[in-house]
Design a protein around this ligand. Structure first.
Ligand code: GLC
Length: 435
């Protein structure tokens, strides 16, 4: 009986034919391009493919995960780059008493914080062009003008939605007396992953983030950038909605800050994978498939108590990661769990993570069909903790793609590390040519 219930729960996370989802995604892409109703967007970046020969010293900012990172990046051409200085600070620090993601903070506070970090990275006496990777939906009318459409990933900072991020940043830099730093490019993190990948490999036709959030950008052959070449467009793929949902997905969505939105993101990204697992676990406990937790201060009753790393440890073979899982289980009231209870948790964790990999593979199939490059190879540059760090995730995406690709071209995945910073520098180098 218990096995049967577990099987039914796992079945809820099985993906309907990958092809059907890929086709639905392709249909939404087409609709967005022709401005028909669609859960996808086609947000222009005003940038095209880099040549790989971009050179110079830039300040690059990565804003969009749990930390803000500022780097001085030297592009050396031939797809080579070096990082000369870097700084990283959390957006929320309980010890230091600030939370830039809460409604009590404003966009001005956010960018004052960023400008202070920029000052620490600068070499005195230099003039710099700056690229900012800002990982939220923005509407752009030029590469350095970007109005924030809405917050995603559960951010609530006030007085920012509807404002131009370029203006907020420029004002904050001026207020700090940093007139020698000129923001020239503001890009989404998917565009940054694309730039970082395409800087080294001309087969890259799309960029994606599989991390705290999820999204994809691609080259759109029918839209020219100021260079005259096809433009990179941000799809805000996390909002893709033509998906089969189960009652856990619906519950998670209902309790989120933006019900009805970011449906794909809520099934695949690091912000939500652990929360889905937590909802299933509460249900398993209620249905007596696993024992109730012991009373403990770190109760899993609180939303978002389970991070995606827990699902990662469940898939790991290494003794170190198994040890981490055991210590997490003890700290959260599951010290009494037997091997067979832990096996149930693993089965659920794997089903949630595998579904994410299948869904992402389906969207990559759709995108790579549309965004051709000249040769036979087509590559998607992918950054983000889910893709880079969850054991077996990238391999599953790859296997699903290999199984379903039909065209004469091959679709490859290119892991990108630190794409947001390198990509911001490459974008700044490209943008300055059109100034
Ligand atoms: C969210 C944002 C999107 C970003 C993605 C990855 O989906 O809306 O702009 O690219 O997270 O960080």
């Amino acid at each position: 009986m218990k096995d049967h219930i577990l099987k039914d729960i796992v079945a809820l996370f099985q993906v309907h034919p990958v092809k059907t989802i890929a086709q639905a995604f392709a249909g939404e892409l087409e609709a967005a391009l022709h401005r028909r109703e669609s859960s996808l967007k086609m947000l222009p970046s005003y940038l095209s493919r880099p040549t790989g020969e971009e050179k110079g010293d830039y300040i690059a900012i990565d804003f969009g995960g749990s930390n803000v990172r500022v780097m001085a990046v030297s592009l050396c051409g031939n797809g080579r780059s070096t990082i000369t200085k870097q700084l990283s600070r959390p957006l929320v620090s309980i010890e230091q008493g600030y939370d830039l993601t809460s409604a009590a903070s404003t966009g001005r506070d956010m960018f004052a914080f960023v400008a202070e970090m920029v000052e620490e990275v600068l070499a005195k006496g230099h003039r710099y062009q700056l690229g900012l990777t800002f990982s939220y939906p923005m509407e752009q009318e030029a590469v350095d003008r970007a109005r924030l459409l809405e917050w995603t990933k559960e951010i609530k900072t006030s007085a920012t939605v509807g404002k131009d991020i370029g203006v907020l940043l420029t004002e904050a830099l001026k207020e700090r007396g940093l007139g020698q730093v000129m923001p020239v490019a503001i890009i989404n993190d998917t565009v940054a992953a694309f730039m970082a990948g395409a800087y080294v490999d001309p087969a890259v036709c799309a960029g994606s983030i599989c991390g705290t959030g999820h999204n994809t950008c691609c080259i759109e052959p029918s839209l020219p950038a100021p260079s005259g070449l096809p433009m990179v467009v941000n799809l805000e793929a996390g909002n893709f909605a033509l998906l089969p949902e189960n009652h856990y997905d619906r519950r998670l969505d209902r309790l989120s800050l933006d019900p009805g939105k970011q449906r794909l993101e809520k099934m695949v990204s690091g912000k939500y994978l652990g929360e889905l697992f937590r909802l299933v676990l509460l249900d398993l406990i209620e249905q007596q498939l696993v024992p109730p937790p012991q009373r403990c201060p770190n109760s899993i009753d609180k939303p978002y108590m389970v991070g995606a790393e827990v699902l990662s440890w469940m898939r790991a073979e290494s003794p170190l990661l198994k040890e981490r899982l055991n210590s997490w289980l003890s700290q959260h009231g599951f010290a009494h769990y037997q091997d067979h209870d832990i096996a149930v948790l693993r089965t659920i964790g794997n089903a949630i993570v595998d579904r994410a990999a299948y869904l992402i593979a389906a969207t990559f199939l759709a995108v790579s069909e549309r965004s051709g490059t000249s040769g036979n190879r087509r590559a998607v540059a992918v950054d983000g903790s889910v893709f880079l760090h969850i054991p077996g995730f990238a391999e599953t995406v790859e296997t699903v793609i290999r199984k379903h690709q039909e065209k004469p071209h091959t679709v490859e995945l290119m892991p990108v590390i630190d794409g947001s910073n390198l990509g911001a520098a490459v974008a700044a180098a490209q943008a300055k040519r059109y100034k």
